[in-house]
Design a protein around this ligand. Structure first.
Ligand code: 3HC
Length: 293
């Protein structure tokens, strides 16, 4: 039978990590949320406060519930505070050396049966697992942006992940109100492997001036029934994150479909990171805002 996890941790409180911490706390789990610096921690906390505050403003959450959710998250800058966690989800930037270094540290801090989960979008979970002395307890738990809204969690198993660990994570996903799909350790897993070729193609069409950003987005929303057009979605995902995902998939498969369109790298270099920086393919009222100006 699956373990009922109660004490969990999240490392990295960017867009995804903050959303994941919120989802876990909403489901009643006790969450330790860790960031590298006081400033990054304050931004992560503000993200959760904003997201839950918005739910209160929309009448979807009682103020007392919001306070209870925030009360279940302990914000910290010390990885050592994860010493009691039964499961830790890492959501630090998509750089292998950053993640392997973090997993090696967590391996020393957490008890031997703690599950180490990664929210990586495209890096090899197997490679991450061997940075620890417990590869069988390492698994992918890939959420989608915005994490509090999107229903899917991809559970990524390696050739050595213990079946009981998969069961525990699947049971947790169900408690979070998510639907899980399970997949082997392949770059991009299911959703990103299919999604990012399409996004990259849309960017190339825009870069080559075949169509305006508004027309590209309207075509896919109104013609194909998608909730967002591809360029608006690139802005939501983050242009830097999208670049890293495409680049990793391209390096693994050498499939030109995933060779990042040149403008993506240029936008990253220029700091046009999408909604989070206030400007990407569109310009927003403020960093983090969804309002296009
Ligand atoms: N955080 C928390 N909640 C949010 C949110 C956010 N950033 N954005 C929207 N929401 C909530 C709203 O509060 C609202 O909740 P309610 O129904 O309980 O009141 C609900 O979502 C709908 O929001 P809105 O009415 O403001 O806006 P929309 O109806 O246009 O929905 C959307 C917004 C959910 C973002 C929708 O446009 C959508 O589903 N877009 C596609 C998103 C997508 O494809 N995500 C996957 C990206 S790929 C990925 O994440 C993989 C990774 O590896 C990169």
């Amino acid at each position: 039978m699956a373990r009922e996890l109660t004490e969990v941790g999240v490392v990295g409180l960017g867009t995804m990590g903050a959303g994941i911490a919120e989802v876990l706390a909403r489901a009643g789990l006790s969450v330790t949320a860790v960031e590298i610096s006081g400033d990054a921690l304050a931004r992560g906390r503000a993200h959760v406060e904003h997201s839950t505050g918005r739910a209160v403003a929309r009448g979807k959450l009682e103020p007392a519930e919001r306070d209870a959710i925030l009360g279940r998250i302990r914000f910290s800058t010390a990885l050592e505070d994860l010493a009691q966690a039964e499961l830790v989800v890492e959501a630090v930037p998509e750089r292998m050396e950053l993640k392997t270094d973090l997993f090696a540290q967590l391996d020393k801090i957490c008890p031997p049966d703690t599950i180490l989960a990664t929210n990586t979008s495209s890096l090899s979970v197997t490679e991450l697992s061997v940075a620890t002395g417990r590869p069988s307890k390492v698994i992918g738990m890939h959420f989608f942006n915005p994490a509090p809204v999107m229903k899917l969690v991809e559970v990524v198993r390696t050739v050595v992940t213990e079946p009981s660990v998969i069961e525990d994570v699947e049971a947790l996903a169900a408690r979070l109100g998510k639907v899980d799909v399970t997949i082997g350790d392949k770059a991009g897993f299911i959703a990103n492997a299919l999604l990012f070729g399409y996004l990259n193609h849309a960017v190339a069409m825009y870069e080559n001036r075949y169509a305006s950003r508004e027309d590209l987005d309207a075509a896919m929303r109104l013609g194909c029934g998608l909730p967002m057009g591809p360029l608006a979605l690139m802005d939501l995902i983050g242009i830097d994150t999208a670049y890293e995902i495409l680049d990793t998939m391209y390096k693994q498969s050498r499939d030109r479909l995933h060779a990042p369109s040149p403008v993506i790298k240029q936008m990253v270099t220029a700091g046009l990171l999408g909604r989070k920086s206030g400007r990407g393919f569109y310009t927003y009222a403020a960093p983090g805002s969804a309002e296009v100006v």
